[in-house]
Design a protein around this ligand. Sequence first.
Ligand code: PBG
Ligand code: ZN
Length: 332
Amino acid sequence: MTDLQFHRGRRLRRTPAIREMVRETTVAAADLIMPYFVVDTPDASFRQEIGSMPGQFQLSLQELEKEIGAAIANGLRSVLLFGIPAAKDPLGHGAYDDEGIVQRATRMIKKNWPDLVVITDLCLCEYTSHGHCGIIADGDCTGHVLNDQTLDLLAKTAVSQAKAGADIIAPSDMMDGRVLALRTALDKAGFEEIPIMSYAVKYASAYYGPFRDAADSAPHFGDRRTYQMDPANVQEALREMDADIQEGADLFIVKPAGPYQDVIRLMHDTFDVPLVAYQVSGEYSLICAAAQNGWIDRKNVMLEALTGIKRSGAKMIITYFAAELLREGWVR
Ligand code: PBG
Ligand code: ZN
């Protein structure tokens, strides 16, 4: 008989194989969603690196096809599409044009790779000349978005994306009642089987800065604080989730991910729904910048960040690292 005097936790850390057996959290290929930025341009070979997001590109339709083909060969299962239209206007017509860039990209992808899960981001800010996520009253320069008028345009966009073949519609605008409006419009158009991945808990975050370069979607006046959430709030996140569940969303995004892991954890423990975390552009850029300076180890910080996001309760992760993780074989 031994006198058990203290806990020897190191016994289960002794070899890589034992550590793997007792590992509680893994990031798998099926969890990853890769965002792409597709540009409506006559230049078929257009491919421009995004300055603040090294390794990420604005791509023509043809370049997107090449990029996705390679990623699929490495095991990519799902993409999230953002469009950059040829022209912008106050009502964001490019978003709900059946010949819009996201609609064309979706048709191209589904024709080549019917099994790839195509998720279309649904918002107006990439398509409006003022850069806001909805309609602005004539002459208003405060950036106040008209909620209910915007819902009609979002509904039109959702139906147009579904018609193009989108597998999942992901509204990121943060207007009130949008999930109900989209669900109603999709059902009426015969798309009752197309799920809605709602950006349910989306904060007004400074971490979106690099994305706004990538999508050319920074608001020209005002900011998004009258529709996106205050970073200080977590009870509000419970109400937003509750509303989207009631309105019939299928999947639920918390965004950003890393700085909001407490929110992910609480959503996981409170609601029995599939959770998605969005590791946003700023989270990506911070890791890239520090790694470029040799201050941190790119691979290991990337994996630790994503493991932390999963450990906090997210099932899926939208991450700009997805294609690289699969290409390098760091995630299978
Ligand atoms: C559009 C949208 C944004 C992001 C996703 N969809 C920007 C914003 O709300 O300003 C951010 C994604 C990222 O930073 O990676 N509404
Ligand atoms: Zn938007």
